[in-house]
Design a protein around this ligand. Structure first.
Ligand code: CO8
Length: 260
């Protein structure tokens, strides 16, 4: 895979995707979003990849939002198309079936915060700043930020962030439940990679079903979600990894999961 605006590296079963437009604080142009879509699809079908880390190039930013140069000249129809295309890319990330860790190394604003929210787990550096500043541009989030922020941080907090457009610190984001962990900047990538590697060593089918049970189940009425969970539970009971995991426990050894 080679891209103009993304760097893709591999560290065993972990793929690291770096949005690489540091001169514009890694803003998501249409091309960058399309590259992200193609990269994520490749990683989805690459069985040797079991977890993904997404981060931004340079010291300053994870992703400072959609590219405002493009937003400034959009029309109602291209704006709608652009929003739908972005939503689809973020949906692909959310439904990758493998854990995706956002390593938030600086500004995660607008589309950047939305990208982070589509990831499974968010780890922020102590100096990161998060927010949805669209209101200050006279627009609203378009990559499902109104929806994911309200689901992650709650309706009241989401409304405050969306309406004020304020940037918040990593610690404040942690307090709101918007990020899972805050670590020193120098340790961020190593921390994200280590977490990704530990998730990559777990049973891939069980990981996939947990992701599906949470993401799809939360959109269902509770009794239906329970049946959905029970069905997925039944399916994992058919896997070699279930036999390996339970046997390894009883034999007091580390399980070796194969993804079958
Ligand atoms: N798009 C394009 N260029 C950007 C962006 C961006 N989002 N953010 C920063 N840049 C550029 C700057 O223009 C500047 O370029 P140049 O060097 O040529 O002047 C360069 O990056 C460095 O930025 P600054 O000089 O501004 O750096 P500062 O340290 O002074 O400030 C900030 C950093 C606070 C992050 C500031 O750059 C900023 O406020 N950026 C914009 C943040 C923002 O508003 N993001 C939301 C964008 S809207 C959005 O994401 C909507 C998503 C949904 C779209 C739906 C489909 C249509």
């Amino acid at each position: 895979m080679s891209f103009e605006n993304l760097l893709i590296e591999r560290d065993h079963a972990v793929a690291i995707v770096t949005v690489n437009r540091p001169k514009v604080l890694n803003a998501l142009s249409t091309q960058t979003l399309d590259e992200l879509r193609r990269a994520i699809l490749e990683l989805k079908y690459d069985e040797s990849v079991r977890a993904v880390v997404i981060t931004g190039a340079g010291e300053k930013a994870f992703v400072a939002g959609a590219d405002i140069n493009e937003l400034a000249v959009q029309s109602p129809t291209t704006g709608r198309e652009h929003a739908i295309a972005g939503q689809q890319v973020l949906d692909l990330i959310e439904h990758l079936g493998k854990p995706v860790i956002a390593a938030i190394n600086g500004y995660a604003l607008g589309g950047g915060c939305e990208l982070a929210m589509a990831c499974t787990i968010r780890i922020a550096s102590e100096t990161a700043k998060l927010g949805q500043p669209e209101i200050n541009l006279g627009i609203i989030p378009g990559y499902a930020g109104t929806q994911r922020l309200a689901r992650l941080a709650g309706r009241g907090r989401a409304l405050e962030l969306l309406l004020t457009g304020d940037q918040i610190t990593a610690q404040e984001a942690y307090r709101l439940g918007l990020v899972n962990r805050v670590v020193p900047g120098a340790e961020l990538l190593a921390h994200a990679k280590a977490l990704a590697a530990s998730l990559a060593a777990k049973a891939p089918i069980a990981i996939r079903y947990i992701l599906e049970a949470v993401h799809k189940g939360l959109e269902m009425p509770f009794p239906q979600a329970q049946i959905f969970e029970a069905t997925l539970f039944g399916l994992v009971a058919s896997t070699d990894d279930m036999r390996e995991g339970t046997r390894a426990f009883l034999e007091k050894r580390k399980a070796d999961f194969k993804g079958t």
